[in-house]
Design a protein around this ligand. Structure first.
Ligand code: HEM
Length: 411
């Protein structure tokens, strides 16, 4: 069956993340898609899955690829327009996130040594210290921007320290990485590709420089360990080393910021849920799973089909780009029941959310992210029981790594 023959009838809903109101609340749109067309071919030749069971199956299917060069069916006119505007095709990113086995297995094994449960738990005192410092500043000022003071700097500092990055111009790096992650958004204007190319070149040059510096200044850190693996011969090439450092660094903070920032916002809007967490320290770890389900800091993952595959009677052909609707699956009433759209910190089985993906590419930093969020949100709730939103919140405009850019509060 061809892409055309399995495409939607015209009256079916269209996935359109650019529609007004989507950024503030995409969930009604997801509900409409699950209802009308859970297996959807969008206007730009990409498929989107919205139902929990389909997303789960896609992520765990070992016959799927994560390598964009395996895409066979492209919008040729748009590709030509993009290449003309950007001036070149993007260099392939060899991070584990974009690599299939056997290379994926080798890369992930090397890096995961630093993410053992004991290594993550050992970070607890430092994370608490960083959280306390951020909250001291907010308290002294009688309020502030939760994203700027806590949600962004906490994961940024933690992953920088784990890697052993030098002190650098945080704002510049944050700007590059903020642009880089836009490449994960499904529908990009051509201009965005140019910005992403420039940010990617600048970030690569910066990470190369950091690696050169680290060779001269080794320490007890992840970057030194990865350099040792690279110097050990054929286990990690220089480009692979750079790309693993970049993915750890970017994934380490551009995601957790949304869990902490949007998570605190949702709790300020649900005071009875905030009180449940505040009064029960036992919830510090389990409540984070419900926050992850509810907030879905990474809204989509993607795979490329290497064979035709059937979802609910619709065939997605070989060589197609498929978006897995993580956020939609986390709110699918067929999985979560009639309260799927409610925040319920005592929900049974909340840990079955797909916010960290599933299968071979399951998030390597999941336990780190959960530790950071449980300390940040738990401490925030207990320290500021009277916290309230004090101005206009601003969304970050990202379809995939959806979150708040600014969350002004008074305490
Ligand atoms: C709330 C925070 C986070 C969320 C929601 C999140 C989400 C995800 C998701 C959905 C994937 C799978 C992508 C796929 O299936 O294609 C993933 C992979 C990954 N994440 Fe996270 N992540 C978070 C925090 C972190 C942190 C703190 C780190 C590192 C310190 C990290 C490092 C990675 C890496 C390296 C991968 C690639 C794993 C692989 O391809 O095998 N993430 N993450």
């Amino acid at each position: 069956m061809t892409a055309e023959s399995s495409a939607a009838p015209t009256e079916s809903p269209m996935f359109n993340p650019l529609e007004p109101g989507y950024m503030e609340n995409p969930y009604p749109h997801f509900a409409e898609m699950r209802e009308g067309q859970p297996v959807h071919l969008s206007m730009v030749d990409l498929w989107v899955l919205f139902d929990h069971d389909d997303v789960f199956r896609l992520l765990r299917d070992p016959s799927m690829s994560v390598m964009d060069e395996k895409i066979e069916v492209r919008d040729e006119a748009r590709m030509a327009e993009m290449i003309e505007a950007v001036g070149e095709e993007f260099e392939r990113d060899s991070s584990m996130l974009n690599t299939d086995p056997p290379d994926h297995t080798r890369l992930r094994r090397l890096v995961s040594k630093a993410f053992t449960p004991a290594a993550i738990q050992a970070l607890r005192p430092r994370i608490q210290q960083l959280v306390d410092g951020a909250l001291d500043k907010i308290e002294a000022a009688g309020g502030g921007d939760v994203v700027k003071e806590l949600a962004f700097p906490l994961p940024f500092d933690v992953i920088s320290e784990m890697l052993g990055m030098p002190e650098t111009d945080k704002e510049q790096i944050a700007a590059w990485s903020g642009t880089l992650v836009k490449s994960l958004d499904p529908m990009l204007a051509i201009d965005a590709f140019i910005e992403i190319r420039d940010a990617s070149n600048a970030m690569n040059a910066h990470i190369d420089e950091v690696i050169r510096w680290k060779r001269e200044n080794p320490g007890d850190d992840l970057l030194t360990a990865l350099i040792a693996a690279e110097e050990d011969g054929d286990r990690l090439t220089p480009v692979e080393l750079r790309d693993q450092v970049t993915v750890l660094f970017v994934a380490g903070h551009e995601t957790t910021v949304n869990l902490i920032g949007t998570g605190i916002y949702e709790l300020l809007r649900n005071p009875e849920q905030a009180a449940i967490w505040r009064d029960d320290p036992e919830l510090d770890t389990t409540a984070v799973d419900e926050m992850l389900r509810f907030v879905s800091p990474v809204q989509f993952s993607r795979r490329i089909t290497l064979d035709d595959i059937d979802f609910q009677g619709t065939i997605i052909p070989k060589g197609m780009f498929v978006l897995a609707g993580l956020a939609s699956s986390n709110h699918d009433p067929k999985k979560w029941g009639p309260t799927a759209d409610d925040l319920d910190l005592r929900r049974e089985g909340a840990g079955q959310h797909l916010s960290f993906g599933s299968g071979a590419h399951y998030c390597l930093g999941a336990s780190l992210a959960k530790l950071e969020a449980s300390i940040a949100i738990g401490t925030f709730l207990r320290r500021f029981p009277d916290a309230a939103v004090s101005g206009d919140v601003e969304w970050n405009g990202r379809i995939n790594l959806r979150g708040l850019e600014h969350l002004p509060i008074s305490v």
